[in-house]
Design a protein around this ligand. Structure first.
Ligand code: ZN
Ligand code: ZN
Ligand code: ZN
Length: 476
């Protein structure tokens, strides 16, 4: 997109966001103890500075670079508009921002109409201090981020795309960029575009429900009244635990919770029941889960033991979808019903009639099943006790959708591509450029839009804003 087109786009979106915040002051969430939170604000415009500096060229001659000027730009510029120097410092982020009241936060949102707004999960004594040490950490909510990015849903191959950026190479493809490099030129210089659809959003929702129901509520016994749920406005969901018992958990304690939920580090020790020896082996019990330590003891987590059989049933039921090529994969497909019959007994047993699957194989299958059953969460988000997370009720500048507050009851019927639409109004003509990647179809509201490529289309405002935010179209 040209500089001009990007500037027009960003200014338009900022105006739309401004109008939205002006009319929706009361739907913006108030984080508890707001005066203790650090806010991070991503804006539509960039501040740039062209530092004066001395560089030494190849022949050892000192050259003065930069002109010391600074300014604001609505496009991500790389060259100084005054002197043409390339060493620009560009920034569109403000961290260490604090608000004493909810009103101050909302006033700022209406005024700046930011691209995105985040706040710390942590409470600080001095949230506006520049370093974490000076902030004085007082505790933090426990946060889970469940994002389609981490689920590798099969639909990503239908709607994510990449393009090789090497000069002269025109290779492109669907899905994630090839890790081994461009099949044509071998370089790894790609631009890529991630898309979203109802399928991957639903996968993210199902994964969120599993983490919420099975782990946070059932295993950790946390009170649903103290759990906040929301859609991120893009490809995922967040869960925030506001139980004071979790606030003081350090990073290590949080890592253990992640390991537990994802089934990481799970090993099994076979146990035998002699009364069944000739026909069946008894289900193996989880013993080596790295859990619980002192910090997690307070939650009385029951462990994976009782759940291993459930996980195995679920894994074997969908064994057709399993892509691994372990020696037991084929026999397990062939004798699927036999394997399930044993696991569905009370107590569950590992059938000895599944030919080609011995004790060692069963152990491996149990580990795979536990991994597959575990919640798919973005681990670093939960580990990081200083992490900032999107403000509920704010707009997500990657889509124009709102970061939508949900409850355990409302999430089931919630359709992000319909229910988090924030900006509506007239239609808008947008241009899908000839040079860009093909824009896949997407449902927004009750209509399906696209695919688009190299064309001008008049779209309802919500769809137009979405395309502009995604950066795949410009204003005609
Ligand atoms: Zn300059
Ligand atoms: Zn290439
Ligand atoms: Zn998808």
């Amino acid at each position: 997109m040209s500089y001009q087109a990007e500037e027009t786009r960003s200014k338009f979106l900022r105006l739309m966001f401004h109008e939205y915040y002006r009319k929706h002051r009361d739907t913006i969430d108030q984080p508890d103890k707001i005066h203790t939170r650090e806010f991070g604000i991503e804006s539509w415009d960039y501040t740039w500075r062209c530092p004066e500096r001395t560089e030494i060229d190849d022949s050892g001659i000192k050259i003065k670079q930069g002109c010391g000027s600074q300014g604001i730009s609505f496009a991500r510029i790389v060259k100084c508009p005054k002197c043409g120097s390339k060493g620009l410092q560009v920034n569109n982020w403000k961290r260490h921002v604090g608000f004493r009241t909810q009103k101050a936060l909302i006033d700022e949102l209406v005024m700046s109409a930011a691209h995105s707004v985040y706040h710390s999960a942590a409470f600080y004594k001095i949230p506006v201090a520049r370093t974490m040490d000076e902030k004085e950490w007082q505790g933090a909510e426990l946060v889970f981020d469940i994002d389609a990015d981490h689920l590798s849903s099969p639909c990503s191959k239908e709607h994510d795309a990449w393009k090789c950026n090497t000069a002269g190479c025109t290779e492109s493809g669907m899905g994630a960029p090839p890790i081994e490099g461009c099949p044509k030129c071998g370089e790894t210089n790609f631009s890529s575009r991630k898309w979203l659809c109802e399928k991957c959003l639903d996968d993210a929702k199902q994964s969120t429900l599993r983490v919420y129901d099975k782990f946070i509520v059932e295993d950790f016994g946390l009170d649903p009244e103290l759990i906040q749920l929301n859609y991120s406005g893009h490809r995922g969901y967040h869960i925030r635990v506001k139980d004071p018992r979790v606030f003081k958990l350090d990073s290590r304690g949080r890592v253990e919770i992640v390991h537990y939920i994802t089934g990481t580090g799970f090993r099994i020790v076979p146990t035998k029941d002699d009364s069944l020896q000739n026909r069946h082996r008894v289900i193996i019990i989880a013993r080596d889960m790295p859990l619980p330590t002192k910090e997690l003891d307070q939650f009385n987590v029951p462990g994976w033991g009782n759940r291993v059989a459930d996980a195995m049933v679920e894994f074997i039921r969908s064994i057709e979808l399993y892509s691994g090529d372990e020696r037991w994969a084929k026999p397990l497909r062939t004798h699927r019903e036999e394997a399930l019959k044993g696991l569905l007994r009370t107590p569950p047993v590992l059938s000895a009639n599944v030919k080609g699957v011995g004790e060692k194989s069963w152990q491996e299958i149990a580990v795979r099943a536990v991994e597959a059953f575990g919640g798919e969460i973005d681990a670093p988000v939960t580990h990081d006790i200083h992490r900032i997370i999107r403000l509920i009720g704010s707009l997500n500048g990657k889509t124009g959708f709102s970061v939508t507050s949900l409850t355990r009851d409302t999430i089931s019927e919630f359709n992000p591509l319909r229910d988090s639409i924030a900006i509506t109004g007239e239609t808008l003509k947008v241009v899908f450029p000839e040079k860009g990647l093909m824009v896949p179809k997407i449902r927004i509201g009750d209509e399906i839009y696209g695919p688009y490529h190299d064309e001008t289309v008049e779209l309802p405002m919500a769809a137009a804003v979405f395309m502009l935010c995604k950066g795949v179209a410009k204003i005609a």
